[in-house]
Design a protein around this ligand. Structure first.
Ligand code: SF4
Length: 280
């Protein structure tokens, strides 16, 4: 049998990946998904610490967890992974608002510390509360499908929420809870320094952009987010929350989200498949 040369093999791999990506886009536009369902079994990313098993952290990281404001200089006194793990441990220990007493598990976030994209949702739901992981329910499955349609894997991005603990009954977060929790997300974004933040849904977009504007007006246009007044701005794309998309799974809404993601892909230099999505 004729052996494939490495150039042929890489062409074959690229083709396979392109086909998989097109299938994911097809699934996104034709999939039939229900809002309710059990937590899904996504592979845990490297560095993920199960809420059920105490973290095996180096001594210097354990000490930093107890400090109210961690002093990190990435590359000098700690790595991004260590800094994010300190934040995660602080979140798991946090009782700064009443949600710290009603949650089952805090949900700090997970993913690649060097991710070019950070997806930010509103707050954990029941599946996330019981597992300690972000976006693991049906909405998480849809988000994972969207990420795959972009030609990426879930482990290649970072996923978290503005609020780290579940509001009882999935009610809207209170202003006092958002105020108490805000610094955690700000620190995570400051450590990761992604090229693009995708704000999923009106709560995340309003929180990050400090606006009352509706998501329908905000989406589809890049905004800017700064972790501090002197920090470099990060491009932020607001779009619909996957849970909203599941409840309103119309071709128009799917097309709008896919258009938003194509803008993000263009910004990151990701290849956009040629598939044209028909307007209804
Ligand atoms: Fe702390 Fe945020 Fe959880 Fe409130 S929601 S207890 S501020 S981590």
């Amino acid at each position: 049998m004729k052996r494939l040369k490495s150039a042929d093999m890489s062409e074959e791999l690229n083709l396979k990946r392109a086909i998989e990506q097109l299938l994911e886009i097809d699934a996104f536009f034709t999939g039939d998904m229900a809002v309710k369902g059990p937590a899904l079994n996504f592979p845990e990313p490297a560095g993920f610490v199960s809420p059920a098993s105490p973290a095996q952290l180096p001594a210097e990281v354990k000490q930093a967890v107890s400090e109210p404001v961690i002093q990190y200089k990435i590359g000098e006194n700690m790595t991004k992974t260590q800094a994010l793990e300190i934040i995660a441990e602080q979140v798991r220990a946090c009782r700064a608002c009443p949600l710290g007493s009603t949650r089952l598990n805090a949900v700090p976030g997970e993913g690649d510390p060097d991710a070019a994209i950070v997806f930010v949702g509103e707050a954990p739901g029941a599946d996330e509360d019981s597992t300690g992981r972000p976006f693991v329910g049906r909405a998480g499955k849809l988000l994972t499908d969207i990420i795959a349609a972009m030609g990426l894997k879930r482990e290649q991005v970072y996923i978290c929420n503005t609020l780290k603990c579940r509001p009882p009954g999935n009610r809207d977060p209170l202003p006092s809870e958002k105020d108490a929790c805000r610094h955690f997300l700000r620190s995570q974004l400051d450590i990761i320094k992604p090229k693009v933040i995708v704000a999923l849904g009106s709560h995340a977009a309003r929180e990050l952009l400090a606006t009352d504007e509706a998501i329908g007006k905000l989406r589809g246009v890049f905004q800017q987010y700064k972790t501090s007044p002197n920090a470099s701005p990060i491009k932020l794309m607001p779009t619909y929350h996957p849970a909203y998309l599941l409840r309103n799974y119309s071709p128009d809404n799917r097309r709008r989200v896919w258009e938003d993601m194509q803008l993000v892909m263009a910004e990151l230099g990701l290849k956009i498949p040629k598939k044209q999505v028909e307007k209804e």
